[in-house]
Design a binder for this molecule. Structure first.
Ligand SMILES: NC(=O)c1ccc[n+]([C@@H]2O[C@H](COP(=O)([O-])OP(=O)(O)OC[C@H]3O[C@@H](n4cnc5c(N)ncnc54)[C@H](OP(=O)(O)O)[C@@H]3O)[C@@H](O)[C@H]2O)c1
Length: 332
């Protein structure tokens, strides 16, 4: 069936400036790490993308290795783009990344210029694109000189294969260094993509300060700790959930869901109920509460979750007492 985007799609979403760049990103973006692979249901994937675009989500986040198998999320996205969104390409911000293992041999991993340039060429083919809007180095490489990795990002922009560049999971110190090199090269870093949730607050210990001072955007991933920060695991591991999926590639596994974490989840759930929202909605609002966070990356396995998560926009402020009660549970 032909897809016609909702007319009012830009009215409900909030758009935030990404650092001091010209680019605005939606408060919520959609990530395609899981649920868009070759093993997943194509019509479900398509419905999620439609629902996201209908709700004003303009930013879709991919990486070379998303699937499974690796690469297949980009192929799925390319297919949906061609079928339904080709006319809207200029309304979209599409990102990809390289940095985790992608192909055999010494050139399909980490941070060499050889890997990054070839990987982006492959990603563009899979998605049927001439360029991505943002290209990231996916994780720090301890052995490749930072000048080479940042030089590869600069080259890619000059080749016209990406408009902006970013880094992911770099520490505060590595970030400072990378930003300096990129600025000197004349390709300023647009954005950093770190992991951030109530259960993983490392960015509060320096990285957010660096990004704020340097006026670089921040888009946070796994804000629900892969689904743990919802009420779904309180009564066991439901079939169809990520922890039951055995997908691999870093997906949440049953053994990671400990009684201690579930105890915290249950107490957080009670606070969310007091606010009249689901725990997922509260956890998403919490992850985006700092003005230095440009966008929060959603990962959903079905359209109904997207609807639930987006409702968080209507109740995203916290009273000081609520924040204190959450702090007491998290015990930072
Ligand atoms: N840069 C990096 O290294 C990196 C790493 C990881 C992720 N990312 C990016 O971040 C994106 C999001 O990561 P993530 O998928 O881990 O995010 P997440 O929000 O922590 O977890 C998503 C999972 O939470 C559950 N969920 C989502 N909304 C829900 C709702 N309203 N109610 C109940 N359950 C809900 C679903 O689990 P079920 O599947 O169980 O239904 C969903 O698959 C990725 O797609 C990717 O783009 C980047």
């Amino acid at each position: 069936m032909e897809y016609t985007p909702a007319q009012n799609r830009y009215q409900e979403m909030t758009y935030n400036r990404c650092g001091n760049s010209g680019l605005m990103l939606p408060a919520f973006s959609l990530g395609l790490w899981h649920n868009f692979g070759e093993i997943d249901d194509y019509q479900n994937a398509r419905s999620i993308i439609h629902k996201a675009f209908d709700a004003g989500i303009t930013h879709f986040d991919l990486a070379n290795n998303y699937g499974p198998p690796p690469g297949s999320a980009e192929s799925t996205f390319g297919k949906i783009l061609k079928a339904d969104l080709a006319r809207h390409r200029d309304e979209l911000v599409i990102s990809s990344k390289a940095g985790w293992p992608m192909w055999d041999g010494p050139y399909g991993d980490l941070g060499s210029k050889k890997y990054l340039v070839a990987s982006l060429d492959q990603s563009l083919k899979r998605m049927g694109l001439e360029y991505v809007d943002i290209f990231y180095h996916h994780r720090p490489d301890p052995d490749t000189p930072l000048e080479e990795t940042m030089g590869a990002l600069d080259l890619i922009v000059r080749q016209g294969k990406a408009l902006y560049v970013g880094i992911s999971s770099y520490s505060a110190d590595q970030t400072r260094e990378a930003l300096k090199i990129l600025r000197e090269l004349g390709t300023p870093c647009l954005i950093h993509q770190p992991r951030y949730s109530m259960f993983d607050r490392w960015i509060e210990d320096g990285l957010l300060d660096v990004l704020g001072q340097e006026q670089v955007g921040c888009i946070v991933f796994s804000p629900l700790e892969q689904g743990l920060l919802t009420n779904k695991y309180l009564g066991g591991i439901p079939t169809g959930s990520r922890a039951a999926s055995g997908r691999g590639n870093g997906a949440l596994e049953a053994g990671q869901i400990t009684p201690e974490l579930l105890n915290k989840v249950a107490r957080l759930n009670a606070i969310a109920q007091g606010r009249g929202q689901s725990l997922a909605q509260m956890a998403l609002a919490w992850a985006g509460r700092d003005a230095r966070v440009t966008s929060v990356l959603l990962g959903v396995s079905r359209p109904s979750q997207l609807e639930d998560s987006l409702a968080s926009l209507a109740n995203s402020r916290f009273a000081p007492e609520e924040l204190a009660a959450i702090e007491a549970i998290l015990g930072k």
